[in-house]
Design a protein around this ligand. Structure first.
Ligand code: MN
Length: 289
């Protein structure tokens, strides 16, 4: 069996929020169709500061938002206005284009912590209209003292109602003892550390660290007294993607078109009803001289 590859996240800022970005990174751009994973917080929400990710566009990807603690308000150009809390999933499929904001919830004071993941859309799914769904009823799998919540896709015999038909998995595992979890052998997998320390086939990870596992495994041995990890996976992408800022395309031209459409306030990305001013795109590196 291949070794477990340990990945270190790098720190980045989204708005005023510090995040630990597990992917993309040099040498590991994607894990299955998953192309982006930001662990944000813990962030203290006070009357003067909170989550304030201003309206910005997406194209060619789906965003998956999951909170470990706190609450956040999602608004998008489809007219959605949805508070999300731990145990729930927001799935926004950008398709050809959508824009959204992530804001503090008026009456919430405390800590916000969560993870936002992106799934690269391929083929015709890049050109579908945008959609947004909020799920509060997700399959929970008991593993003795440990347990798992299936956010997306299929996991062992359990399947989330979200993303059925998608060849991928996204699962949160609360590890409270030595536990064996099922893996799909066709998938490559990533285990992202969120809280506590967890040993994965002998490799220890914690917040800001992940483990990468190549395809060919049908189970995984996790060991911890108290840890929270996110398991993501899918078949390795067959075709390359071009990813820049908030866009995922087949080629640079797709992304450049999306950049220009946002720059020129095209109807493609709609409008978000938000008190925050919209985020302007940086100039793509290939257009700077
Ligand atoms: Mn976003």
């Amino acid at each position: 069996m291949d070794d477990v590859e340990k990945l270190l996240s790098h720190e980045a800022r989204v708005g005023r929020t510090l995040v630990r970005r597990a992917i993309p990174q040099r040498g590991r751009r994607t894990i299955g169709p998953w192309c982006f994973a930001d662990h944000l917080g813990p962030l203290a929400v006070t009357p003067d500061s909170g989550l304030d990710v201003a309206p910005h566009p997406h194209y060619g990807l789906a965003t998956v938002t999951w909170l470990v603690e706190g609450a956040a308000l999602h608004r998008d150009s489809l007219g959605s206005e949805q508070v999300i809390r731990p145990g729930q999933v927001n799935l926004m499929t950008a398709g050809v284009g959508v824009s959204h904001s992530e804001e503090a919830v008026d009456d919430y004071r405390g800590v916000v912590e969560g993870i936002q993941l992106w799934i690269a859309l391929t083929g015709d799914r890049r050109r579908t209209p945008a959609s947004f769904v909020h799920y509060r009823d997700l399959p929970r799998v008991d593993l003795g003292s440990s347990w798992a919540t299936v956010l997306l896709g299929r996991w062992g015999r359990d399947e989330s109602s979200l993303g059925v038909g998608d060849d991928l998995v996204g699962t949160e595992v609360v590890v409270r003892e030595a536990s064996v979890i099922p893996l799909e052998p066709r998938f490559e997998h990533g285990v992202i550390g969120l809280r506590g320390r967890c040993r994965i086939q002998g490799v220890e990870i914690g917040p800001g660290e992940s483990a990468y596992l190549s395809p060919g495994r049908d189970e995984l041995f996790l060991e911890s007294e108290d840890a929270l990890v996110m398991v993501i996976g899918g078949p390795p992408l067959e075709s390359g993607i071009f990813m820049w800022w908030n866009f995922v395309g087949e080629a640079r031209e797709d992304v450049e078109e999306a950049y220009r459409d946002w720059l020129h306030h095209s109807e493609r990305f709609g409008r978000v009803s938000s008190p925050l001013p919209r985020l302007e795109a940086p100039t793509p590196w290939w257009l700077t001289t």
